[in-house]
Design a protein around this ligand. Structure first.
Ligand code: DC
Length: 210
């Protein structure tokens, strides 16, 4: 008998983990936490208010995650900087662990879910794609939002963020040894979902929905 289904999804930005996380959460009727939003909220609030990021991280509320500005690249860069600070990571740990331990199970996506937040999750996915494929996706997303940018700039900002997220000492971006590696460079969202679902079903988990 399997315990609760906890799906831990990690990977670099624009690899497709957010879309995959939402689709898996809907399929298995599980609550979903996009943990990048926590770091984005802390980074952006600290930048806007000038208050210490550690203090903001301790008192973060779910309502702080609804700010539409959190989706901007400014927030992504601010997030990546505060995410390198061990104090910030420690202050956000409890919130994430609590979310993951709901009796229903849960889906969490981020950079250290399978390695630090939920090392015992029964399902771990590491979602990657080539830098070119990720930059192209991010570029199209920004254009769809009506934001003016150029591809080389998107690529450069992404490379800077990848480097910071992977080279930091505190919980760097890494695949857990038992993670299922999913390279989505040549996959659309449907194909990525089908591959992830097949892996999860092989582990004995099935949707209880209609
Ligand atoms: O997934 P995202 O782009 O929203 O994440 C924003 C930044 O937050 C990312 O550059 C690194 C950091 N982050 C992290 O360090 N750990 C997580 N679990 C999630 C995000």
């Amino acid at each position: 008998m399997n315990g609760p289904l906890v799906i831990a999804i990690d990977g670099p930005s624009a690899a497709g983990k957010g879309t995959l996380a939402r689709r898996l959460a809907a399929h298995f009727q599980l609550p979903h936490l996009d943990t990048g939003l926590l770091y984005r909220a802390v980074g952006l609030k600290a930048e806007k208010s000038g208050r210490p990021a550690g203090e903001i991280a301790i008192s973060l509320q779910l309502s702080d995650l609804a700010d539409p500005d959190l989706r901007t690249d400014r927030a992504g860069q601010a997030a990546s900087k505060v995410a390198a600070l061990p104090e910030i990571r420690a202050n956000l740990l409890k919130f994430q662990k609590k979310f993951a331990s709901q009796t229903s199970g849960a889906v969490l996506d981020g950079r250290d879910i399978g390695t630090v937040i939920c090392p015992d999750a029964p399902v771990k996915l590491f979602v990657t794609a080539s830098s070119d494929a990720r930059a192209e996706r991010r570029y199209q997303e920004l254009r769809a939002l009506g934001l003016d940018t150029i591809k080389p700039r998107v690529l450069a900002e992404m490379a800077e963020r990848d480097r910071r997220d992977s080279e930091r000492a505190a919980a760097p971006l890494r695949a857990a040894p038992d993670a299922f590696l999913l390279d989505t460079s040549d996959m659309d969202a449907d194909a990525a979902f089908a591959a992830a679902l097949a892996f999860i079903e092989r582990k004995g988990f099935r949707s209880s929905g209609p």
